[in-house]
Design a protein around this ligand. Structure first.
Ligand SMILES: Nc1nc2c(ncn2[C@@H]2O[C@H](COP(=O)(O)OP(=O)(O)OP(=O)(O)O)[C@@H](O)[C@H]2O)c(=O)[nH]1
Ligand SMILES: [Mg+2]
Length: 255
């Protein structure tokens, strides 16, 4: 399959919450990179109740493109926004990426090529040879490594970087994984502020149980200011989620 065919087969899902500062540059980069060609990926932007004009930005950008969709759901966090985008996806593969474009669009074909080569899931990695992490503080990097170690002890083994927000799946595979999710089967009843969470850990954990192949692909990544992650609350919440995944597995709640 050529790169153009691979891209024509792809839906890109971008979850965003209060991203009126970071999203315009990302949308401009997408428009410039893909133009409006028939071979361009489908673009699905998902807002879940931003307080700023993120949704308006999405809607006006989508109005000028052939296959782009702005989805609006009640506030439920990144996992549910990705899930809503995946449900809407009309192409054979889905890649989700962050609104801050921390991984540039030049890396998209690296993941689709891995899917072409037979992987069910291809995930961007900042921790294997050939990758790069730029502009990241030592504290932030160390926190990420500690979390990955924690993940490898309790849930997903053998993956060096489970947390890069740049992952591609065969569409039926990611739909099946979300169906198996226990942490994100229902939207939260109450949620204040942005919520990034460890939903990808649960997806990868389920993928391992279901026997899907996962390939880690080295990507160029840079830290982009304007993070929505709370440096204390969110790592603790994510660690708790990892323990919940282990507990759910122990009591037989996963397929
Ligand atoms: N729809 C939706 N998206 C969210 C929510 N919280 C975060 N996001 C999106 O998730 C993506 C990642 O958010 P970031 O704040 O960059 O977090 P991160 O990249 O995991 O961590 P950093 O390395 O600190 O930047 C961005 O596209 C955010 O807009 C949310 O509650 N809802
Ligand atoms: Mg980020």
């Amino acid at each position: 399959m050529t790169t153009a065919d691979s891209l024509a087969d792809l839906s890109i899902v971008v979850p965003a919450y209060n991203e009126s500062d970071r999203l315009p540059g990302t949308l401009a980069a997408i428009a410039e990179h893909y133009g409006n060609a028939a071979t361009a990926p489908e673009i699905i932007l998902v807002d879940d109740g931003s307080d700023d004009d993120t949704l308006q930005l999405m809607e006006s950008w989508c109005a000028s493109r052939a296959d782009a969709h702005a989805i609006s759901i009640p506030h439920a966090g990144k996992a549910h926004a990705v899930r809503a985008g995946v449900e809407r996806a009309g192409r054979d593969r889905v890649l989700f990426m962050d609104a801050d474009l921390a991984v540039p669009l030049t890396e998209v074909p690296l993941l689709t090529t891995a899917l072409d080569a037979g992987a069910d899931i291809a995930i961007g990695s900042r921790e294997i040879p050939g990758s790069r992490r730029d502009a990241e503080s030592l504290i932030r990097h160390s926190r990420g490594r500690l979390f990955n170690w924690f993940v490898s002890v309790f849930t997903v083994r053998g993956i060096k970087d489970t947390q890069c927000g740049f992952k591609a799946f065969a569409t039926p595979v990611i739909r099946q994984l979300f169906q198996g999710s226990r942490l994100y089967s229902q939207p939260p009843t109450r949620l204040n502020g942005p919520s990034v969470t460890a939903f990808d850990v649960e997806l990868l954990f389920l993928a391992g149980r279901m026997g899907y192949s996962i390939t880690e692909i080295p990507v160029q990544w840079r830290h982009v200011p304007g993070s929505k992650v709370d440096s204390l609350r969110d790592p603790l919440r994510m660690a708790l989620e990892v323990l919940c995944i282990r507990f759910n597995a122990l009591i037989g709640r996963y397929p």
